[in-house]
Ligand binder design. Structure first.
Ligand SMILES: Cc1cc2nc3c(=O)[nH]c(=O)nc-3n(C[C@H](O)[C@H](O)[C@H](O)COP(=O)(O)OP(=O)(O)OC[C@H]3O[C@@H](n4cnc5c(N)ncnc54)[C@H](O)[C@@H]3O)c2cc1C
Length: 462
């Protein structure tokens, strides 16, 4: 049974939230006054174990919360694309987590230059590797494994000095399950699962991506929050016999469509690169009616490239043999408020932008801020959620603007816009200015040193 929370409580009015939450908050305040510390071991359910979920579990475990992470997939998801980090803020948070060295050790070694070509294969412009690879590039699946592993590292290995009594907690992971209903009560959020037995948690965090289930259940239907930005992205691995297509990364562009033959780092444990098709095309139509129908998805991609020049027909023909095809609209999540009562959103669920929106780095920073604010708020999750959103929203809003820009940059809609994009790439000054944007964004974000603040707060209390 899907129990829609919006029918359960009056959201959006202060009265509804305040009344329902009062007993727990009073209890928390009393605890705070009498013992001068946060209530120990609050339980937090996190939906999603990709990037945001394990990062939040890492911090919450170390701050003395009891995190449980539920992931729809039967194990950490493999496969997928490379993601990157850029800017001081993102790298600082990774360093504070103690995962930066591990990420560098498993990085792809950087993105690769992509040469834009004409119909005869002649080079027109080169997109430098930093555009796609940032400062550190890693497969999303590899990153997920690292974050998961660190979140499970016995907390004693990296304790927050002065951790509260009860101490740090090791997160619990539940794979192959999903939240099916959320009902907020005075004492917590009662959660039913598709498979597991119902449980009650103090807080619930939706870190389950752009098509978030927690957001749908607690905030409303996806159509209210996710906006199609007029482009689609498709990616699939090329078969071994298409080796000459994938010999060097090239992108053939026509107005409104780009067909790229790239190279993706091989999966963990394998050396070298594998050929990959990466396509971006403009369309305002709804092209993904059946998300689970692989044949219809391939047909939709093929239709978008009918009549295209260069070796695009050969590239599209490889779709026939492709196993796992990634295909989604370039969309953006705009959620006016990231929390309701005891439930909050994190990462792509709150502010995803598909590609070009620095979603991975934002998810990592978001987890750091959310956990830090919860730890400092002495049980007052309303204050923590507000402070988390106030700190992060200006940064991610600017990051998200890159999402719309990504489609327009990769597959400009007109011949003039294509030529202008190529001219910009051929200008070292324009390239430097574009790369500087990530640094500027970072500089505009002031991050508190939460681990130090939490340690100081705990020491002061005891
Ligand atoms: C083609 C492509 C290229 C990209 N390149 C970059 C890049 O270069 N740099 C960059 O910063 N970002 C990039 N991104 C974006 C980046 O992947 C996301 O911003 C980032 O993964 C967000 O992390 P997340 O944990 O919030 O969500 P996701 O990574 O989307 O993870 C959501 C998790 O929730 C799980 N889940 C879904 N539904 C449920 C449910 N009902 N119950 C439980 N679990 C559920 C999913 O299985 C998944 O594990 C790219 C995205 C795409 C599509």
């Amino acid at each position: 049974m899907t129990h829609d929370m919006t029918h359960e409580m009056t959201y959006g009015t202060a009265t509804g939230c305040e009344e329902a939450a009062r007993p727990e908050r009073d209890r928390d305040r009393e605890w705070g006054r009498g013992r001068r510390t946060a209530p120990p071991g609050r339980s937090v359910l996190i939906s999603g174990a990709s990037v945001a979920g394990p990062a939040l579990a890492y911090w919450l475990g170390r701050y003395g919360f009891r995190p449980t992470v539920v992931e729809l997939a039967p194990a950490l998801r493999g496969g997928g694309f490379a993601v990157d980090f850029r800017g001081t803020a993102q790298l600082t948070v990774l360093a504070r987590m103690g995962v930066l060295d591990d990420i560098r050790a498993h990085s792809t070694g950087g993105g690769e230059p992509l040469t834009f070509i004409d119909g005869q294969g002649r080079p027109l412009a080169v997109m430098p590797p930093e555009f796609s690879g940032g400062e550190v590039e890693i497969l999303r699946s590899e990153l997920s494994r690292i974050l998961h592993r660190h979140s499970l590292t016995p907390p004693g290995a990296h304790p927050i000095p002065g951790s509260p009594p009860g101490g740090p907690a090791t997160p619990e992971y539940l794979f192959g399950d999903s939240v099916s209903s959320l009902t907020e009560t005075a004492d917590g959020v009662h959660v039913t699962f598709e498979r597991g037995a119902p449980r009650t948690f103090d807080l619930v965090i939706g870190a389950d991506g752009l098509h978030s289930t927690v957001r749908r259940l607690a905030f409303g239907p996806e159509k209210d929050f996710v906006r199609h930005l007029g482009y689609y992205v498709a990616a699939w691995d090329l078969p071994e016999d298409a080796a000459d297509l994938g010999a060097r990364p090239v992108g053939y562009g026509e107005p409104g469509r780009l067909a790229t033959v790239g190279r993706t780092p091989r999966r963990s444990g394998e050396r070298g690169y594998a050929g990959e098709a990466f396509c971006v095309f403009a369309s305002e139509e709804e092209l993904i009616p059946g998300r689970r129908d692989p044949r219809a998805r391939k047909q939709a991609i093929a239709r978008a490239y009918e009549g295209a020049g260069w070796r695009t027909p050969e590239l599209i023909a490889t779709l026939g043999q492709a196993g796992d095809v990634y295909f989604d609209s370039i969309s953006r999540a705009d959620v006016p408020r990231w929390s309701t009562g005891r439930i909050a959103l994190l990462g792509d669920a709150a502010h995803g932008a598909t590609v070009g929106g620095m979603g991975t780095g934002s998810a990592i920073i978001g987890a750091y801020v959310l956990a830090g604010e919860l730890a400092l708020a002495e049980g007052d999750h309303h204050t923590a959620f507000d402070r988390y959103e106030r700190t992060l929203r200006p940064y991610v809003t600017r990051c998200q603007q890159g999402g719309r820009g990504a489609g327009e940059f990769l597959a400009p809609a007109t011949r003039e816009a294509l030529d202008a994009r190529n001219a910009a790439l051929n200008s070292p000054a324009a390239v430097a200015a574009m790369l500087q944007q990530g640094q500027d964004l970072s500089a505009a974000l002031t991050l508190d040193d939460y681990p130090a603040q939490v340690a100081a707060a705990v020491r002061a209390r005891w």
